[in-house]
Design a protein around this ligand. Structure first.
Ligand code: NI
Length: 254
C-alpha cells in the first residue's frame, strides 16, 4: 500500500468526479493520503473531508500565497483544528520567492508564527519552499525541535543531506519522472532511504507520461517505480519503505 504524503483532493479540479475517484484509490494500491491545507478556509474543508474516509488525513496551515491572512486569531483557529484526531501536521507553510505574490517579510512572519505553533503543539510540519533556500533554512534552524517534510523538494542534494541530519524527511513528486529532473534524481539517489517520502501534489505535477494532465493519487505508483529504479530496489520495496517513512513522519500508528 502506498502513502500519498501530499495531495489537494479538495481542489475544484476534482469536483466533477471526486467521490468516484476517492472510492477507486484502494484498488490502485493507495492506502493513505495526506490532504494538505493551504489557507484557513481550505484547512476547514480538509478536516471535514478527512472525517468521511478512514484512510484520509489532513494538515492545516496557510501556504505562502495566503501568508497575508495569518494573525493571532487565525493561529488560534489552527490551534483548535489541530485537536482533531485526523489532523496530523501543520502545513503547507513556508516561503515562495518564485511567484512572490506576497511580500517576503509577510511570508517570513507567517512562516515563523506557524513554526512556533508546531513547536508549541509538538506536531510535524509540511514545508513549501521554492526559490527561498537560504531564508527557508535559516527559519527552520530557529526551531530545532520542529521537523517534518520538505515537500516537492527543489533544493540541492547537499541541502537535503543537511536537512536529513537535522531529522527532516524529503518529499518527491512526479518531477522525479521528468526528463530534466537531474537535481531531484541526484537528491533521491544520495539521501538515506528511510528519509524519503513520495507524493502527488495533485491536481498538479502529474508524472510522465501524463505530464500536464490532472494528477491524482492513483498515479503515485509511477513515483514508487521511479524511486525503485533510482535506488536499485524493487517497486514493492520502495512502496513498503516510503509508506513506513510516511507513517513515522505523520505519527500514524495503525
Ligand atoms: Ni501542495
Amino acid at each position: 500500500m502506498l502513502f500519498d504524503t501530499h495531495a489537494h483532493l479538495n481542489d475544484p479540479a476534482f469536483d466533477p468526479d471526486r467521490e468516484e475517484l476517492m472510492n477507486g484509490l484502494a484498488a490502485k494500491g493507495i492506502g493513505y493520503v495526506m490532504n494538505a491545507g493551504c489557507s484557513l478556509r481550505s484547512s476547514r474543508d480538509i478536516v471535514k473531508m478527512a472525517e468521511a474516509y478512514p484512510w484520509l488525513y489532513g494538515s492545516v496551515g496557510s501556504h505562502p500565497d495566503s501568508a497575508d491572512e495569518v494573525n493571532e486569531e487565525v493561529i488560534e483557529e489552527y490551534r483548535k483544528l489541530c485537536r482533531h484526531e485526523k489532523v496530523k501536521a501543520i502545513g503547507e507553510i513556508g516561503l515562495d520567492y518564485y511567484y512572490e505574490d506576497i511580500p517576503r517579510d509577510i511570508q517570513k512572519n507567517a512562516f515563523r508564527m506557524q513554526m512556533a505553533l508546531a513547536k508549541e503543539l509538538d506536531m510535524p510540519v509540511i514545508i513549501h519552499e521554492r526559490e527561498a533556500h537560504d531564508d527557508g533554512m535559516r527559519i527552520v534552524k530557529e526551531f530545532p525541535t520542529v521537523t517534518g517534510v520538505f515537500h516537492c523538494y527543489s533544493g540541492s542534494a547537499e541541502m537535503a543531506r543537511q536537512l536529513v541530519k537535522m531529522g527532516w524527511y524529503i518529499g518527491f513528486t512526479g518531477v522525479l519522472t521528468f526528463k530534466n529532473a537531474r537535481k531531484a534524481v541526484e537528491t533521491a539517489a544520495s539521501i538515506p532511504l528511510d528519509r524519503i517520502v513520495i507524493e502527488t501534489d495533485c491536481p498538479f505535477m502529474a508524472p510522465e507520461p501524463y505530464r500536464g494532465k490532472r494528477n491524482d493519487p492513483g498515479y503515485l505508483p509511477r513515483m514508487a517505480e521511479k524511486l525503485a529504479e533510482i535506488r536499485g530496489i524493487s517497486p514493492e520495496e520502495a512502496a513498503r519503505i516510503t509508506t513506513e517513512n510516511a507513517k513515522r513522519l505523520y505519527r500514524i500508528e495503525e
